[in-house]
Structures are given as C-alpha cells and as structure tokens.
Design a protein around this ligand. Structure first.
Ligand SMILES: NC(=O)c1ccc[n+]([C@@H]2O[C@H](COP(=O)([O-])OP(=O)(O)OC[C@H]3O[C@@H](n4cnc5c(N)ncnc54)[C@H](OP(=O)(O)O)[C@@H]3O)[C@@H](O)[C@H]2O)c1
Length: 304
C-alpha cells in the first residue's frame, strides 16, 4: 500500500495555499475601485431612493457614517425601519429617517416631494438608486409599464420636483444609478453610473420564474459578483468626491487604466471612474426627445 509521505502533505498544502491566494486575488480584482474620499457630510441632507436593501442600503450607511442627515425614501416602511435602525446603530448617527415613496405611483412621488419641501431645509445630494429588473408585465396605476415607471419616470418626476430645493442648496448633486437624466448649469451637478454586477435582490423577479437558477448560480455569483458594499462605491464616489462638479453630466463605470488589460472586465465590473456611455447616451437630440416625452408622460408641464 502506498504511504502518504510528508512531501505529499507539503504539496497538498501548497496547492491549497495557492488556491486560497488565487481566490483572494480574484475577489480583490472583482471588488474593483473603492471610494477613498474621507469627505464629511455634516450639516448636509441626502435623499436615497430604495435604501432598505442592496446597493442603496450600503450607500445610505456610508452617507450616515460621513455625518449626513439621511432620508431613506422607501416603499416598504417595515423593511426600511429595520435597515434605518441598523444604520443608526452601526454608524452612531441618529439622523437617519425614513419617508414613504413608491416610485411606481406619480401620486406617491408628488406626495413625497410635497412633504419633503414642507419639512426639510435643504437637499444636498439626491441619489436615485431604486430600481426593478425584468418584473412581470405589471401596469402601474398611471398606466405605465412598471420597470419604465420605477426606473425612469418616477425618478424623472422626483428630480424635477426637488430641483428648486437642490438649486437653493447648491453646490448640490444628483446621482443616478443606471439612469439618463442630466441636469446642468444651475449649481446642481448630475452623474449617471453603472455599479457593476452585484449580489443583491435585483434578480428577485427572475428567480420567481426560474427558481432553479438560484442553486445553479449560487457558486458563480459568490465568486464573480460584487458585494452590495463594493457595488455602492461608484454611487458614493459620485456623491462625495471633491471637485467632481466639472464632470457634471458624465457617466461613471470602470477604471480606464484597467480596460486595456482586461477586456472582459468592463462588461461585468465597475469602478469609480468616468466612462463613455452608449452612443445614444451622448446624442443631444435623443436626450431632448426623451426629456420632452418624459415630461409629458408625468405631467410635468402642468405643474409649473
Ligand atoms: N445588482 C446589480 O448587479 C445592478 C447592476 C446594474 C444596475 N443596478 C442598479 O442598481 C440599483 C439598486 O439595485 P440593487 O441591485 O441594490 O437591487 P435591490 O437589492 O433589488 O434593491 C432595489 C431597491 O429599489 C427599491 N424599489 C423597487 N421598486 C420600488 C418602487 N416602486 N418604489 C420605491 N422603491 C422601489 C426596492 O425596494 P423593495 O425592497 O421595497 O422592493 C429596493 O430598496 C437599481 O437602480 C439597479 O437597476 C444594479
């Protein structure tokens, strides 16, 4: 019978160590950029939509950690309250409040904005983070397809309703997580970003239809997807980094210096760096048309 020698043991150990180091390096590479700014936000007010889970929750926690008054704009107040409590406890900042906002309802967006303007003194950073992906073909109470309503129209109306407050608090910022609204030349700067591929609840609707996917994808997602904290870094970067005003209207994704090295990486991962959007995203005529159509759909012109 073969005997296991001490050199076999060393080999196994070496293989295991190599595998562990490779795994750690892979995870570090996947994690991407981290916002290194130590900027404080004392005295500033930040609104984050969809802050009860995923990227929004980590973004809210970071803003609270920097001393901001954080308004978590959420539709599920029970989940929001437990997240708010966790943020208050883990950051020591008690100035974290929740307000009801259902982006699938234009009425709810208007009510949120009305209450916010009546009760808050300022708005320094608006982070349009909430979103749904591939939900069933639901139609909202206003007659819109739900993904369009939540991801675009609700945020479009919200931003416009809060624009006066943002201007009065300037220099202020609007950060759009995967959105296209641009606001410029007003002391209010606006950024759009792709956070990467993150392990959050965004795939909840897909899993409803294909529950087996959860099992099949669990290992690859552990290995290849960012954590919510890592996914929040580009939002945080756009919200706090000093001197970013001159990049207003820009789109942020992956670190440019890595692009040449890893051609696959830009598809999956995003860091705190500027990136060219798809050509349609730089087409002024398309942007104008989108703006006009959106304004008409949400009844913006009738508000002023
Ligand atoms: N995860 C990724 O890989 C990835 C990639 C690219 C872009 N993004 C973008 O990143 C943003 C955050 O997504 P995530 O990955 O953190 O997903 P998530 O874990 O599913 O979080 C989405 C958040 O949006 C909220 N929300 C959904 N519908 C809403 C509505 N009608 N009104 C108000 N809030 C609503 C959710 O609230 P409930 O908990 O109440 O449903 C939740 O707080 C989204 O805009 C998404 O499109 C994510």
């Amino acid at each position: 019978m073969d005997r296991v020698t001490s050199s076999d043991g060393v080999n196994y150990g070496a293989v295991l160590a190599l595998a562990a180091i490779s795994f750690m390096l892979l995870r570090k590479w996947i994690a991407g950029g981290v916002c290194k700014s130590c900027a404080r936000l004392d005295g500033k007010t930040v609104v984050i939509t969809g802050a009860n889970t995923g990227i929004g929750r980590e973004t809210a926690r970071d803003m609270a950690h920097r001393g901001a008054r954080v308004i978590m704009a959420c539709r599920d107040l029970t989940r929001a309250e437990s997240t708010a409590e966790y943020i208050r406890r883990s950051t020591g900042n008690g100035n974290v409040v929740i307000r009801h906002l259902n982006l699938a309802s234009l009425y709810s967006v208007r009510e949120f904005a009305k209450e916010f303007i009546a009760t808050e003194e300022r708005l320094d950073i608006l982070i349009n983070n909430a979103g749904v992906m591939m939900c069933p073909k639901w139609i909202t109470e206003d007659g819109f397809e739900t993904q369009l309503a939540v991801n675009h129209l609700g945020h479009f109306l919200l931003t416009n309703l809060l624009l006066g407050m943002l201007k009065r608090s300037s220099p202020s910022r609007v950060v759009n997580v995967s959105s296209v609204a641009h606001v410029g030349g007003t002391g209010v700067s606006s950024y759009c970003l792709h956070p990467g591929v993150i392990r959050t609840e965004l795939n909840r609707h897909i899993l409803l239809w294909y529950p087996m996917l959860k099992t099949i994808l669990s290992l690859p997602s552990m290995l290849l997807m960012k954590t919510p904290w890592q996914g929040a870094q580009t939002s945080i970067y756009c919200a706090v980094i000093e001197g970013l005003e001159r990049k207003s209207g820009c789109y942020f994704r992956m670190a440019a210096q890595l692009k040449a090295l890893f051609e696959l990486r830009p598809l999956l991962y995003s860091d705190c760096a500027e990136k060219h959007p798809a050509p349609e995203g730089e087409d002024d005529a398309v942007a104008r048309r989108l703006w006009e159509e959106s304004a008409q759909l949400v009844g913006l012109n009738n508000l002023h």
